[in-house]
Write a protein that binds this ligand. Structure first.
Ligand code: ACM
Length: 763
């Protein structure tokens, strides 16, 4: 009580000053309210920490650890509220100080006092904000501008996920990840501990889970699915229960709750390799998988299996005492093995389940009931909606936001993790230059603009959205460094999406604040993706216009090297010293490529921008008749002139195989495709054909790509500026006989390729 009164009096003194908006407080996530005052507080080794209770002394310890690590000194702690140069922690007992928010805090900087007040975890967040106000290094003293930050999060759930199943990540890295999360005010760490490719948590009652399930003989090389090529390097790793407890305690000290995920009934190959008796096929050779995807090896819904899973979950629940949640997966369950199982047939009769989807629902409901009986709430991926949602389950919506909307409307809590905004395994730059990743494209800006609350929900329904989370699946991340590359700086963009007021969000402002954060990430040895220089963007030039490019180094102390002749730049290329004026010939194109070199010597990926002087293509009106074969379709012409139309709304891609059913493809034939492509935004688009023999692509009636007369398989591509909307696309392919092959793809220039086919039309 004493402290809150003190804080209140302090507040009155402050309120009498007139504050102006401060733009120098480069804090991420952006606080709810920042005001500045005149004067500065001087921090030096003479500053004292005022901490009266044990609750506040704890924060003095955290502050001193930070100061020691970064500047090599610690402050004295006193319990006497006097002196002119003090940092005070006021841990408030009552609600109501910051709108009652559990995570809220007030950080005040006055010439003779820095005060952080809030309820326990709020003070921790206030301290994180204070840390961001301090420079990376200083000699003797630093001055901090006076002002006040009044802050609280938008959402109670601010999560980051990490898949350690595909690639095991050492405890030291998991702790680093948790440290970094806490700096940006995340409060849930979703630890994905079991997968087809590895079981990573020690379970005392079932030692083979780790003896067998945590090891695989090798891993697929890059993307060599078919034919499969392995790397021949064994991969293994798991966390002992002692290590798990250590990580949980480490996270707790940083106000992060660790949520374990034990996948069921799918993604369970590793567990079944250890204990095949919990699968439906007894004579089957289950194995820890060495490649990626969705596998048919799933748990069999027998009493024996439920007993096993309950034993496992009992140990797991004991290891995560502070987590109110247990995640049980539920995604991507193939039901082939259930369909063939007499035990599943019996279960369906006994429980009156009409199909295997209801079997999945039964499975989840049973596990939910068990976990609920232990006082915990279940989280599952949005597939748990199928066949009926378990009564108390929280839905983690990943296949877009649809599942989340459905669950919120049904008054279930929801955590939003849609692929297209927050899947950090997706690429973040030009796939031609980025390190290998799972594909697709989620830019920093896309993450920044993520709003966990869909427009489809009314205010009442929106209350069921607990928050958002980014997922990091590690198929293509073999090392902690690669995880860091994929997570940063996107994690910082997400922190703002789940903490800050949506009306305050502004990507340009965020990007400015981000610059000061890179120095800290460098100091922490984080392998973040170095951002591209400002004008590394595609551009269509108007008549007489020259490109005026600013490629200033995106991080203080870094250097930029570039080329404009299409070659790949390195540190021997031209260094950037002043804005470039680039002329592009009529109907022509210039490709600018750059690379950034940090003062540490670390080099960025290559960035490319296409400058184009070409006429924009406007969209066409939507055709009235969308029946297959009416205004769009695919026609197959045999050498004898017979025409066969093959159009399928279901098929995403038309491939050679579909024609092989009707014709001997060793004979000459032709294919004509007419359709529309839905262009999402104005910009430069690239079309590509890979083929043997003759192929051409037309966009808006203009022949764009032509590869006539080339017998061997080759790739041809061209760019075109398109306005958003529907555009006509046609292509033809003529095989002169032999091995036919064609593939037509399109992309926003520099982003992920998409195949052209029926399913891509009228998106
Ligand atoms: C998921 O990405 N399969 C949840």
């Amino acid at each position: 009580m004493k402290y809150s009164l003190f804080a209140f009096a302090f507040c009155l003194v402050f309120a009498s000053m007139s504050f102006s908006q401060d733009t120098d407080m480069n804090i991420i996530p952006k606080p709810q309210s920042v005001t500045s005052a005149s004067g500065t507080f001087t921090l030096s080794n003479k500053t004292k920490i005022l901490a009266i209770s044990d609750a506040s002394r704890k924060f003095g310890v955290i502050l001193n650890a930070f100061l020691k690590r970064n500047y090599g000194f610690e402050l004295q702690t006193t319990s006497k509220p006097q002196g002119k140069n003090i940092i005070q922690f006021a841990v408030l007992e009552q609600e109501g100080f910051v709108g009652g928010a559990l995570d809220g805090y007030v950080l005040k900087v006055a010439p003779d006092l820095i005060q952080i007040s809030g309820r326990d975890r709020g003070v921790f967040y206030g301290l994180q904000s204070l840390f961001q106000l301090l420079p990376m290094t200083f000699d003797k003293e630093v001055k901090i501008s006076a002002g006040e930050i009044n802050d609280q999060p938008r959402f109670p759930y601010r999560g980051m996920h990490l898949d350690v199943g595909r690639h095991f990540m050492p405890v030291e890295f998991v702790k680093k990840y948790i440290d970094l999360m806490s700096q940006y005010k995340f409060n849930y760490f979703h630890w994905h501990l079991t997968e087809d490719q590895g079981w990573r948590i020690e379970i005392k009652k079932y030692p083979k889970l780790t003896e067998i399930g945590s090891k695989r003989p090798e891993t697929m090389k890059e993307k060599n699915f078919t034919p499969y090529v392995g790397d021949g390097v064994p991969h293994e790793g798991f966390y002992t229960q002692e290590q798990i407890r250590d990580v949980v305690a480490y996270a707790k000290a940083r106000y992060i709750t660790v949520i374990p995920e034990i996948e069921l009934p799918g993604h369970s190959s590793a567990a079944l390799a250890a204990y095949p008796e919990f699968g439906c096929k007894q004579d089957y050779k289950y194995k820890v998988q060495t490649t990626w995807g969705i596998f048919k090896e799933v748990y069999c819904p027998t009493e024996k299996t439920f007993g096993f899973l309950e034993d496992v979950l009992t140990e797991v629940i004991g290891l995560f005492p502070d987590s109110p949640y247990i995640h049980i997966g539920g995604d991507e369950v193939l039901k082939d093995m259930w369909k063939d199982s007499s035990e599943v047939k019996e279960l369906m009769t006994r429980e009156n389940l009409k199909d295997v989807t209801e079997v999945q629902s039964y499975f989840i409901r049973r596990m939910e009931k068990f976990i609920h009986s232990k006082g915990k709430t279940v989280i599952g991926w949005d597939e748990i909606l199928e066949g009926g949602l378990a009564p108390n389950a929280i839905v983690m919506s990943w296949r877009g936001i649809k599942g989340g909307i459905e669950a919120a409307k049904a008054h279930h809590d929801v955590i939003m993790t849609p692929t297209d905004s927050v899947y950090f395994d997706f690429g973040q730059g030009d796939p031609a230059y980025e390190p290998i990743n799972i594909g697709n494209y989620v830019s920093l800006e896309k993450v920044y603009n993520f709003d966990p609350v869909p427009k489809e929900l009314n205010a009442d329904e929106a209350k069921y959205i607990l928050g958002g989370q980014a997922n990091i699946w590690t198929e293509y991340m073999q090392t902690p460094e690669k995880v860091e590359y994929m997570a940063f700086p996107r994690m910082l963009a997400l922190s703002e999406a789940v903490w800050s007021k949506p009306d305050d969000k502004n990507f340009a402002d965020f990007s400015k604040r981000l610059v000061s954060r890179f120095a800290q990430l460098d100091k922490q040895n984080v392998n973040y993706r170095i951002p591209e220089p400002l004008d590394m963007t595609n551009k269509v030039l108007g008549e007489g216009e020259k490109a005026d490019l600013h490629l200033e180094p995106p991080i203080p102390g870094s250097r930029v090297f570039y080329t404009i002749d299409g070659s790949t730049p390195d540190e021997k290329s031209t260094p950037y010293t002043k804005p470039l004026q680039i002329d592009v010939p009529d109907n022509g194109r210039v490709d600018v490529k750059s690379v950034v070199m940090l003062s540490s010597g670390r080099k960025s990926s290559v960035y490319a921008a296409t400058l184009l002087r070409k006429t924009w293509h406007n969209p066409e009106p939507e055709p009235k008749d969308k029946r297959p074969g009416a205004t769009y379709g695919l026609a197959f012409t045999r050498a004898d002139g017979a025409i066969k139309s093959i159009v399928s709304g279901e098929s995403k891609v038309f491939g050679v195989q579909q024609f092989a059913r009707v014709y001997d493809l060793k004979q000459p034939f032709g294919v004509n495709f007419d359709g529309y492509i839905n262009i999402p935004a104005d910009g430069i688009y690239e079309f590509q054909v890979e083929s043997t023999w003759d192929a051409a692509i037309y966009v808006g009636g203009e022949k764009l790509v032509d590869s006539a007369g080339i017998k061997d398989r080759s790739i041809h591509a061209e760019v075109i500026p398109l306005k958003a909307g529907l555009h006509k696309i046609s292509f033809w392919y003529n095989s002169h006989g032999g091995e036919p092959f064609w593939r037509v793809r399109w992309a926003i220039k520099g982003q992920q390729w998409r195949n052209v086919g029926g399913g891509e039309l009228f998106h």
